[in-house]
Design a binder for this molecule. Structure first.
Ligand code: SF4
Length: 277
């Protein structure tokens, strides 16, 4: 699946509409300041712990919550102008004209799914908002062809670049991803001087033991990374799996304990500026 997607062009099927899963206003965890997070639908990975399973398939889906007598639909084709207008509704909250330093201003975050699978149209959205002074963060797992990144170079506040494992086989078998492609993209972004925050989900049984952390540290050092954000696994997305009618492989996996998080932080701090979110 990942290999198929990475062979396609930057649109994944050119059209001038965005495949939007949902829009979240007043986000504070998806980048600096107050943000409007646009979740694009469709991902070429299938991380079994994913917190946003409704964004993996590119097809429209409805989550059903029978106990609350509630149904929520995700996935709608929307024009760039339509999405840009919704992002601009919150213009006054982004801190664009009140002396807030550029790196700390709010704005648009493009997340998913994998937003770069819709690279060409998403870049039009980013540049449309950039022309209004609204900066963009791109939240990516990085497993796409380099040409998917190119329209954004020099035009984003930051790439939030997930790095989930340093193990090629685990990346391929567990996530459906190509680690050498991910690593190459990260190296190229950093070499190009792009603003990158490397984000590492701390997943029990996958990347929390010291050997796995050392492996990731060696690869990130070689790529030229200077800082990492650690995101401890949580199960807040488990209700979505039930609402989608699919099994959640991590439903019985406890979040990492404080001792595990602390040990990981100490190890990463030997190499990088490290922040636990
Ligand atoms: S890359 Fe992100 S959105 Fe895609 S499956 Fe993994 S966690 Fe979910």
């Amino acid at each position: 699946m990942a290999a198929e997607a990475s062979k396609r062009g930057p649109d994944g099927g050119a059209n001038d509409l965005l495949n939007v899963s949902c829009v979240q206003h007043f986000s504070t965890g998806d980048g600096p300041g107050i943000r409007t997070t646009v979740f694009l639908k469709g991902c070429n990975l299938h991380c079994p712990w994913c917190h946003n399973p409704e964004n993996i398939s590119p097809l429209p889906q409805t989550l059903v919550y029978p106990q609350a007598d509630k149904r929520v639909s995700y996935g709608r084709r929307r024009s760039v102008d339509d999405v840009a207008a919704e992002v601009l509704e919150d213009l006054e909250f982004y801190g664009l004209n009140d002396g807030t330093p550029a790196a700390q201003r709010g704005g648009l975050t493009l997340s998913g799914g994998e937003p770069l699978l819709q690279s060409a149209v998403a870049a039009v959205l980013v540049r449309t908002l950039e022309a209004r002074g609204v900066p963009a963060v791109i939240d990516t797992a990085g497993c796409v062809r380099w040409q998917y990144f190119e329209p954004f170079l020099g035009h984003v506040q930051a790439f939030y670049f997930d790095y989930k494992t340093g193990d090629e086989q685990r990346c391929r078998e567990l996530l459906g991803g190509d680690l050498s492609l991910i690593r190459d993209n990260l190296t190229r972004l950093l070499a190009a001087g792009e603003p990158v925050r490397v984000r590492i989900p701390l997943i029990p049984g996958v990347n929390t033991d010291i050997a796995a952390i050392e492996q990731i540290c060696a690869q990130l050092t070689a790529a030229g990374a200077g800082s990492v954000d650690l995101l401890p696994f949580h199960r807040l997305g488990s209700g979505k799996y039930a609402a989608l009618g699919i099994d959640y492989a991590y439903k019985n996996t406890p979040p990492p304990g404080a001792d595990v998080i602390d040990a990981a932080r100490k190890k990463y701090e030997q190499y990088f500026d490290c922040r636990v979110e």
